[in-house]
Design a binder for this molecule. Structure first.
Ligand code: ADP
Ligand code: MG
Length: 749
C-alpha cells in the first residue's frame, strides 16, 4: 500500500527544513508529519495557563511581558534598557518575566540584550523551549520567540495569524511551532486522496471523519468542533490498531494447546489445605476456583492475578502449583530478583513443611520437592537443581530468569507463575513455552500494582484478570506522614528519634534510598558536593531538588553517627548474592535493627517484625512504588509507620503526590492518581526520550468508551478475517505499528 504518505518530506519542504524535522522530531515522511498532532490550540488573544507546565516539557506558551531586565554578567551590574545596543559583544543575561494573567514565568536569554527592546512590558508573544526550574521558579531558557502583535509582517503571515485558532505543536527552539504549522499547510495542500485504515462501514456506523478530512481539521481547524471531531477519529483509529493487534494475539493464544491439569482430590493440595494455619479469604477461594477451571482447559491459561501487597497472592499461587503437581505436572515460580526468588523458595518450603521433603527422612508420603535456581548458585547446587527439574523430582521450581536458559529442562512443565509482571516480557514467556514441547504451559502472572480496567484491557489486553480486593483479617494499619526536611529540619530529627524508639521496642526499621551511591566517594565528599550545589543555586530551600538523590552509601555513613549503637546493614543490588542473602537472613532473624536499602526490598520481602520505614528523597519515587514499598511494614501484629522524607517544595507536584500517598492506603485509588499524573507513554511503559508512541491522542484512562468500541470492532473483524485480508490498509498500519518500537507497551505482559 504505497500512498503519498510514504513520500519524503524534502520533496515538499526543501532540504534544510526537512533535515531539521528529521533531527529534532525524527520525522522524515509526509505520513509522520501528518501524525504530529497539535498539543493544543491557541484561541486568538488567549494566554496559556502556566500552572500546567512541568519541568522537562517542550512547551509553547503565550504570555504578556511584565518586566525586562538586562545584566552585564562580567561587571555584575544591571544595564539601562536605553544602553543595550552597546552591549552586543558582552556577556549578558536578559531576564523577561511574562504572565498568563495569574502566574509568572521567567525567560532567560543569554547574550541577546537587544531582545529587551522588543519584549517591552505589555507585549504579547509566543515562547517555546524546554521548561526548566531555577530557584523554584519555572523558566524557559533561551526560548524561541514570536511577537504576536508585530506590525511588519508578510501577507501570508498576517493571514495565518488572523485565524481564530492556532495549533500549537510539540516543538523546540530549533523547530518552532510556526514552522511546523507552515509545513503542514504545504503538505496538506499538496496531498492526494488517502487510504483510510478504518473501514468505510465503521466510519459511518461510528460517525467518524474520514482520514483526509480529519487531518485537515486537526491541523487547520476553523472551529473548536473541527479538532474535537478529528481527535475523536484519531483516538478511535489508535484504539482500533491496538485492539486489532491484541485480538490477533488472543486468536493465536486461543489456538494453542495445553495439557489440561484437572484438580484431583486426595493429593498434595488437600494435604496442604488441612495444614493451612489460617482460613482462606473469600476472594482467595474464588480466584483459586477461577484458576482451577482455567487449568482444566485444553488451551493455555493466561491470567493476571492482581492484589494489593499483603493480599495473599502467594497462597493462591501455591495452591495452583500444587494442583498441577497433583495432576502430574511441574510448576515454576519466577521472581524478578535473586533476593525475591530466594525468599519465595524459603516461604514455599516453610509453608509446605514435610510436603516438600520428597525422598527425605521425615518427608510426607505424598511429598514433592521445591527446587531453587538462580544465576549465582554454585556449580553443584545448580546441577542438583537442574537434575531435579529434568527428572521431575522437583514438582516446583523457584528462580529468576536463569530458569529460562536453554540448558534448563523440565520433565513436564504445566504451569508458570510470574511474580511482578512488569519485569517479565513476551520473549521470556515464549522461552518458557518452548520448554514444554508442543504444548504450552499455563501462565499466571501476579502483580501488586492495581491496574484500572481500561489499562488492563489495553496493556494486558490478552490476559484474563482476577483481583484480590480484601486483605486477610488481622492486618495492622499503616500510617504514613510526609517529613518536609528542608522546611522543618526538626521533623527529620524526630524521625531519627522515632527509629531509636522503635528499635528500643524490639522492632526493626527500613531506611530506603533512591540510589546505591558511589563507594569510592565518602559521605563528607558527597556532602561538600551538595553544599556547593546549594551555593551555586543561591541557597534557597527547594534547591535540593537539583542535587543527586540520596544514596544508600551516603545514608549508611550519616546514620552510623546519628543512630550510633544500633545494628545497621546495607542492602542493594550491587552486593554479591551471598552477602545480600546473609543480610536478608539476619534481618529476618532480627539480628539487624536498621536496614538501609534501595528498592531491592520493594516486592515480596516479608519481615513481620519490621514496623517502620523511612523513605529518603521520597519524591524521587513513583506513587505506586511508594505504596509497594510501605507494604513491607505493618505485616505482622505491629502497626506500620511510613515516613516520606522530602526536600521538595510544598506546592510542587511531587509534594502533592507524596500527600496523596500519605493520605490513603487504597492501592486502586493511588494507582489512578499515579496514572493520571503521568504521561500516557509512561502509563504504557514506553520509554520517553522523545520517541514516537503509536498512542498520541488516545488516553487509556479517559477514553474508556472508545477503547471498548474499538475492542468490539477489532474482535469481530479478527474473528472472521484474522489475517486482515479484506482490510489491506488496516493490515499495513497494524504491521508497521508492530515493526516500530512504539508498540513496546504491548510486549509488557
Ligand atoms: P502478597 O499478595 O503481597 O504476595 P503474601 O502472599 O506474601 O502477600 O501474604 C502476606 C502474608 O499474609 C503472608 O504472611 C501470608 O502467609 C499471609 N496470609 C495469606 N493469606 C492469608 C489469610 N487468608 N489469612 C491470614 N493470613 C494470610
Ligand atoms: Mg508476594
Amino acid at each position: 500500500m504505497k500512498t503519498d504518505i510514504d513520500r519524503l518530506l524534502r520533496d515538499f519542504l526543501g532540504a534544510r527544513t526537512a533535515k531539521t524535522f528529521a533531527e529534532v522530531l525524527g520525522i522524515e515522511t509526509v505520513g509522520e508529519l501528518l501524525r504530529h498532532y497539535p498539543r493544543r490550540y491557541l484561541k486568538k488573544g488567549e494566554l496559556t495557563p502556566f500552572d500546567e507546565l512541568e519541568v522537562g516539557d517542550q512547551a509553547t506558551v503565550s504570555g504578556r511581558v511584565k518586566k525586562v531586565t538586562v545584566r552585564d554578567l562580567d561587571k555584575k551590574m544591571e544595564i539601562k534598557l536605553d544602553d543595550v545596543q552597546k552591549y552586543r559583544r558582552r556577556k549578558t543575561l536578559t531576564k523577561v518575566i511574562v504572565t498568563d494573567g495569574r502566574n509568572d514565568l521567567e525567560l532567560a536569554f543569554f547574550n541577546q540584550p537587544w531582545l529587551a527592546t522588543k519584549l517591552l512590558p505589555g507585549t504579547a508573544a509566543l515562547f517555546w523551549g524546554e521548561v526548566t526550574k531555577f530557584r523554584d521558579i519555572l523558566q524557559l531558557k533561551t526560548p524561541g520567540t514570536e511577537i504576536l502583535d508585530e506590525d511588519d509582517l508578510t501577507e501570508a503571515e498576517i493571514e495565518r495569524r488572523a485565524k481564530p485558532f492556532r495549533p500549537l505543536y510539540p516543538a523546540s527552539a530549533k523547530l518552532p511551532t510556526a514552522t511546523i504549522e507552515r509545513s503542514l499547510k504545504i503538505v496538506l495542500d499538496n496531498l492526494e486522496e488517502l487510504d483510510d485504515p478504518i473501514p468505510e462501514l465503521i466510519l459511518r456506523k461510528e460517525k467518524l471523519l474520514g482520514l483526509g478530512e480529519a487531518l485537515r481539521r486537526i491541523h487547520l481547524p476553523e472551529t473548536e468542533q473541527d479538532w474535537l471531531a478529528a481527535q475523536k477519529r484519531f483516538r478511535f483509529e489508535e484504539a482500533l490498531v491496538m485492539q486489532t493487534i491484541l485480538a490477533q494475539r488472543r486468536a493465536v493464544t486461543d489456538a494453542l494447546n495445553a495439557v489440561p491439569r484437572k484438580r484431583t482430590s486426595g493429593g498434595l493440595l488437600d494435604d496442604f489445605d488441612t495444614r493451612l494455619p489460617f482460613e482462606l479469604t473469600a476472594g482467595q477461594t474464588e480466584v483459586c476456583e477461577e484458576i482451577f477451571a482455567d487449568l482444566a482447559r485444553e488451551h493455555p491459561m493466561h491470567r493476571l492475578l492482581q492484589g494489593e501487597v499483603g493480599s495473599g497472592k502467594t497462597v493462591v499461587a501455591l495452591r495452583a502449583m500444587l494442583s498441577v503437581v497433583d495432576a502430574g505436572g511441574q510448576a515454576v515460580l519466577l521472581a524478578p530478583t535473586e533476593v525475591l526468588a530466594t525468599q519465595h523458595h524459603k516461604t514455599l518450603t516453610k509453608m509446605l513443611g514435610d510436603l516438600a521433603e520428597q525422598g527425605m527422612l521425615g518427608g510426607a508420603d505424598r511429598a514433592t520437592r521445591v527446587g531453587l535456581l538462580t544465576g549465582s548458585l554454585g556449580a553443584a547446587a545448580r546441577r542438583t537443581a537442574m537434575l531435579d527439574a529434568a527428572s521431575g523430582a522437583a514438582g516446583i521450581m523457584v528462580g529468576t530468569h536463569a530458569l529460562l536458559e536453554d540448558k534448563v529442562q523440565f520433565a513436564d512443565l504445566g504451569l508458570v507463575v510470574v511474580d511482578e509482571q512488569h519485569r517479565f516480557g513476551v520473549e521470556q514467556r515464549a522461552a518458557l513455552s518452548q520448554k514444554s514441547g508442543d504444548n504450552t504451559p499455563h501462565v499466571l502472572v501476579m502483580t501488586a500494582t492495581p491496574i484500572p480496567r481500561t489499562v488492563a484491557m489495553t496493556v494486558f489486553g490478552d490476559l484474563a484478570v482476577s483481583t484480590l480486593t480484601e486483605l486477610p483479617a488481622g492486618r495492622s494499619p499503616i500510617s504514613s506522614s510526609v517529613v518536609p526536611a528542608a522546611e522543618k529540619p526538626a521533623w527529620l530529627e524526630r524521625a531519627w528519634q522515632r527509629i531509636r524508639e522503635e528499635v528500643a521496642k524490639g522492632h526493626q526499621v527500613y531506611v530506603v534510598c533512591p540510589r546505591i551511591g558511589d563507594e569510592v566517594k565518602n559521605a563528607a565528599d558527597e556532602e561538600a558536593e551538595f553544599a556547593q550545589m546549594e551555593e551555586d543555586n543561591g541557597g534557597k530551600p527547594g534547591r535540593k531538588e537539583l542535587r543527586p538523590p540520596l544514596s544508600v552509601v551516603f545514608m549508611a555513613e550519616k546514620l552510623a553517627e546519628i543512630l550510633a549503637g544500633l545494628r545497621m546493614e546495607v542492602l542493594h543490588g550491587r552486593l554479591p548474592a551471598d552477602v545480600k542473602d546473609s543480610v536478608m537472613t539476619r534481618f529476618a532473624a532480627g539480628e539487624i535493627d536498621v536496614l538501609i536499602a534501595t528498592t531491592v526490598i520493594e516486592v515480596g520481602v516479608d519481615v513481620p517484625n519490621a514496623s517502620t520505614m523511612v523513605v529518603m528523597d521520597a519524591d524521587r519515587f513513583g506513587i505506586s512504588q511508594l505504596h509497594q514499598l510501605r507494604g513491607r511494614v505493618g505485616r505482622g501484629k505491629v502497626p506500620g509507620l511510613c515516613l516520606l522524607v522530602t526536600d521538595s517544595w510544598p506546592v510542587s507536584k511531587s509534594r502533592q503526590r507524596l500527600d496523596a500517598v500519605a493520605g490513603t492506603t487504597d492501592g486502586f485509588e493511588l494507582s489512578r492518581i499515579d496514572l493520571e499524573s503521568r504521561r500516557e507513554g509512561d502509563v504504557l511503559g514506553v520509554a520517553q526520550s522523545g520517541r514516537r508512541s503509536s498512542l498520541k491522542l488516545l488516553s487509556v484512562l479517559r477514553d474508556e468508551d472508545i477503547i471498548y468500541t474499538a475492542r468490539h470492532v477489532a474482535t469481530s473483524i479478527v474473528s472472521v478475517d484474522s489475517e486482515l485480508t479484506g482490510y489491506p490498509v488496516l493490515r499495513s498500519v497494524v504491521r508497521s505499528a508492530l515493526e516500530t518500537e512504539s508498540t513496546e507497551y504491548l510486549e509488557k505482559t
